[in-house]
Design a binder for this molecule. Structure first.
Ligand SMILES: *Cc1c(COP(=O)(O)O)cnc(C)c1O
Length: 409
């Protein structure tokens, strides 16, 4: 008899997006004549940069010739991409990260989800609330979450991020071994400044804690005091793993490429009291369970760092920023309180008159035919907010904004 991993049975269904889809479907069935616009999507809509396409085509042709065929990629990624990452993302900003501290992968979802493989089930884990659900669900799968009680896992520590604390989590007051931080944040679109991030690094240094830092939205940062990497903070190399992705940076959601930084200086304890390098453990894990990102995709990622690639990618990010500005301006004009959208493609909108997330979701759908994402779906502290995204096409964004103008919310 084969038995299932019981941890998986603890997971509730993916209620949030299934419920949104149900409500949108029901609305459309009853109002076939209405055009529904989604400001709920967390996926890109703009085409890949021409430099990326050119690199993909060139690499594809190489794969078709005996002399230039590439088989399995090197463990950590091709040196040409590691070079580009080290120079473009770290050296250029004064950080000293070495090639052998970087692991190229097929996505930050895989990496943030799989990192638990190399961490003990005994660790006490903290997440922000609201939160990117992957961090929580993968800890449930790993047996680190306890039981679900009133929407919260008994073994997970939740760090509320609300307007009151500027969406920056306060330092834990009881023991935490591993903490997930994501800045710029999904879903709130807000950021952490250097001083606050230093507070977290110092906390981790003092308490022997590990920070899992998700910087998937780094490319959207526009303000000076927002760190692009946790390694801008002194001491971070001893306590933090950083996750980066080409998905939002360069529209790679369908192409798949990301990387994770695990500094050599980062060590955690084993039960016999020794200090163990997580870089070594992750290398072993990846070599066993992952066989690399496609050569053509790594060439495509390399092109993001070319001067023309950089220009083109920046132009697309500028397009999404402009969408964010358009939506934010329209919402503020009718008196709504809007957070985020300046260093991220997400707007975190307070519902008016203390309406519930789902109540306000329904009103946007029924009265304006706009799809949002209820904040409560990302955690208890998301109640009273909805998330809107700037990833839409400009025409749809403008049409949505036209409907918002003059709306008595
Ligand atoms: C989109 C996103 C990612 C990127 O995931 P990929 O697997 O690289 O596409 C990572 N973290 C967060 C919080 C995200 O929203």
């Amino acid at each position: 008899m084969a038995y299932v991993n019981e941890n998986f049975l603890k997971l509730p269904g993916n209620y949030l997006f299934a419920e949104i889809a149900n409500r949108v479907k029901a609305y459309k069935a009853a109002h076939a004549e209405q055009k529904v616009i989604s400001l709920g999507i967390g996926d890109v809509t703009q085409p890949l940069a021409p430099a990326v396409i050119e690199a993909l085509q060139k690499a594809t042709l190489e794969m078709g010739a005996e002399t230039t065929l590439r088989g399995y990629a090197p463990d950590r990624g091709y040196p040409f991409l590691l070079d580009a990452i080290v120079a473009g993302d770290f050296a250029a900003r004064g950080m000293d990260i070495a090639q052998d501290e970087i692991f190229v992968s097929d996505g930050a979802k895989s990496d943030t989800g799989n990192i638990g493989d190399i961490l003990s089930a005994q660790n006490l884990v903290a997440v922000t609330d609201p939160v990117y659900p992957v961090y929580v669900d993968t800890n449930v799968m790993g047996g680190r979450a306890g039981d679900l009680q009133n929407g919260r896992w008994s073994q997970i520590q939740y760090l509320p991020c609300t307007a009151d604390n500027g969406f920056i989590p306060e330092l834990p007051t009881s023991r935490v071994d591993v903490v997930y931080l994501c800045f710029p944040n999904n879903p709130t679109g807000t950021t952490i400044n250097r001083a606050a991030l230093k507070g977290w690094v110092d906390y981790a240094l003092q308490n022997d804690a590990l920070i899992l830092y998700d910087a998937a939205y780094e490319a959207f940062i526009t303000e000076d005091d927002v760190p692009h990497s946790i390694y801008e903070i002194e001491g971070a190399k001893e306590v933090a793993i950083e996750f980066r992705s080409f998905s939002k940076t360069a529209g790679f959601t369908g192409l798949r490429c990301a990387y994770t930084v695990i500094p050599k200086a980062l060590k955690v304890k084993s039960l016999d009291g020794k200090r163990v390098s997580l870089n070594d453990q992750w290398r072993r894990r990846q070599a066993t369970k992952f066989n690399g990102t496609a050569y053509i995709v790594q060439r495509a990622a390399e092109a993001v760092y070319l001067p023309e690639g950089k220009r083109q990618v920046q132009a697309t990010i500028g397009y999404y920023h402009e969408n964010a500005r358009i939506i934010k301006t329209a919402l503020e004009a009718i008196g709504m309180r809007v957070y985020g959208g300046v260093n991220a493609p997400y707007l975190w909108v307070q519902t008016p008159h203390k309406q519930s997330s789902w109540g306000f979701f329904d009103r946007l759908l029924n009265e304006l035919q706009i799809v949002s994402t209820p904040g409560a779906g990302f955690g208890t502290s998301g109640e009273g907010y909805i998330r809107l995204t700037a990833f839409g096409k400009r025409a749809d964004t403008l049409e949505a904004v036209d409907r918002i103008k003059g709306w008595a919310m």
